[in-house]
Each structure stands twice: as structure tokens, then as C-alpha cells.
Design a protein around this ligand. Structure first.
Ligand SMILES: [Zn+2]
Length: 159
């Protein structure tokens, strides 16, 4: 044999699974008993083989796929919920802000209209209330419809 003995030992370790002849096994045992680095190599090779053998049991491809899909769906659902919460918060902020900004203007506008058309104060005040309430009603109906739409879309994960 022209091989370096350590190289020879490592080749035999790699071929152990295919079966070694008696003299090869005897020689390898003797070498491993006297050589630390080759013994480490043999142990590492054993661990690698064990790890590779345990992979199909612990990580069945179908199971991995199902788990990944489930995790992705869960993350997607959480993200959608957060987006929906943002939508609700933004809607609330916009409605509050626009109401706060437009109500005094609208009140002044109706007061001016009432004065201009010479109707009594209760008349333009009632007009103001109707004008103010109708868009709010329309907006709440719209938001409710939109909420139902979002709810039905998110309610079915397979869809
Ligand atoms: Zn060696």
C-alpha cells in the first residue's frame, strides 16, 4: 500500500457501511486505537451518519411543508388583523378630525344661511342637525358594510 496510513484509515471509515474484510477491520481497529485524529474522524463520521439517518424521521418533507404552510398562514392572518386595525384607527381619526374641522364651519354656514333666508333660528338649526347627521349615518353604514366585507374575506383561510 502506497497510501498514507491516516488517509487509508479514513477511506476505510468511509467504506465501513459497505462492509470491510477481516484484515481491513483489524488494521483499522489497531490504527484507531493508536491514532487520536483518526478516532475523532471516525466518531464524526458516525455522528454524521446517525444525523442523516434521523433526518427522514424527524423532518418528513410533508410535515415540514405543512408546518411551514401553517406558520405562513398564521403570520398572514396576524398581518391582516393588524392591517384591519390600522384601517379602523385611521378611519376613526379621519372621521373625528373632519367632524372637528367641519362642524364649526358648517354651524356658521347655516347661521349665515338662516340669516340670509330670514328663517327662524330653530329652522336652520334643525337643518344643520339633519345635514350633520346624514353623512355620519352614511359613513357608519359604509364602514359597517366594509367591515363585513373584510370579515368575510378573512374568515375563510382557504379562499
Ligand atoms: Zn491516523
Amino acid at each position: 500500500m502506497t497510501h498514507d496510513p491516516h488517509q487509508q484509515a479514513q477511506e476505510l471509515i468511509a467504506c465501513r457501511g459497505d462492509g470491510l474484510t477481516e484484515p481491513q477491520q483489524t488494521w483499522l481497529q489497531a490504527h484507531l486505537a493508536s491514532c487520536d485524529s483518526c478516532r475523532d474522524y471516525a466518531e464524526a463520521a458516525d455522528q454524521l451518519v446517525r444525523a442523516l439517518r434521523s433526518v427522514p424521521i424527524t423532518a418528513d418533507p410533508a410535515l415540514v411543508r405543512t408546518t411551514q404552510l401553517r406558520a405562513r398562514l398564521h403570520a398572514h392572518k396576524l398581518q391582516q388583523q393588524q392591517e384591519r386595525m390600522w384601517l379602523v384607527w385611521i378611519s376613526c381619526a379621519v372621521v373625528t378630525l373632519s367632524t372637528a374641522l367641519t362642524t364649526p364651519l358648517l354651524w356658521r354656514g347655516f347661521a349665515w344661511l338662516g340669516e340670509w333666508s330670514r328663517v327662524s333660528t330653530p329652522v336652520w338649526q334643525v337643518g344643520f342637525v339633519i345635514f350633520w347627521i346624514v353623512p355620519a349615518l352614511a359613513a357608519s353604514v359604509l364602514f359597517a358594510a366594509r367591515g363585513t366585507y373584510l370579515g368575510s374575506r378573512n374568515g375563510t383561510p382557504q379562499g
